[in-house]
Design a binder for this molecule. Structure first.
Ligand SMILES: [Zn+2]
Length: 162
């Protein structure tokens, strides 16, 4: 049994959806190779990152992704297997790519409760999470609007006085 850790750049863009792993994105692989009767059992994890846009509000997003994979690479025999040991090597690219692409979210969101776009105006209904203050209880939201307007009026008056 052998274990390897290696980091390689994604050889091409992985994924066809609205999020994908970009070409060149580091793939951190922890791989375990076990000799079994029929061939070599390969298992491991890949840590990488996908980017794209939120499926609801179209804001750019980038999120870490960790995927597990396992496959038996068979010694060449009479029947062709999906994965075979070739010249004492196992080629992990297809295995890791398929596992990664399958793990990409089908409907990615920038935050779990992203409210998306306003159906009437097309405007985003929230600011990015980083720009948000602590969540406001909806029952108090009307009051916050009052203070926001008050501050705007104060600012306007200050400008007039100066
Ligand atoms: Zn969103």
């Amino acid at each position: 049994m052998r274990e390897h850790s290696l980091t390689i750049p994604a050889p091409e863009r992985w994924g066809e959806g609205i999020v994908s792993v970009p070409q060149g994105e580091p793939l951190e692989l922890d791989v375990r190779l076990e000799s079994v009767h029929e061939g070599i059992l390969v298992s491991g994890t890949v840590d990488t990152r996908y980017e794209g846009v939120c499926g609801r509000c179209l804001r750019d997003i980038a999120e870490p992704l960790e995927v597990e994979f396992q496959e038996l690479f068979e010694y060449p025999g009479e029947e062709t297997a999906d994965f075979e040991v070739q010249d004492d090597h196992v080629d992990l690219e297809t295995l890791v790519r398929d596992a990664t692409v399958l793990a990409l979210p089908f409907q990615p969101v920038c935050q779990p409760d992203c409210p998306g776009l306003d159906p009437a105006t097309g405007e985003r209904l929230t600011e990015p999470a980083s720009a948000q203050q602590s969540p406001v209880d909806p029952r108090w939201a009307a009051l916050q609007n009052l203070t926001d307007h008050g501050a705007a009026h104060d600012a306007a008056r200050d400008t007039e006085e100066s």
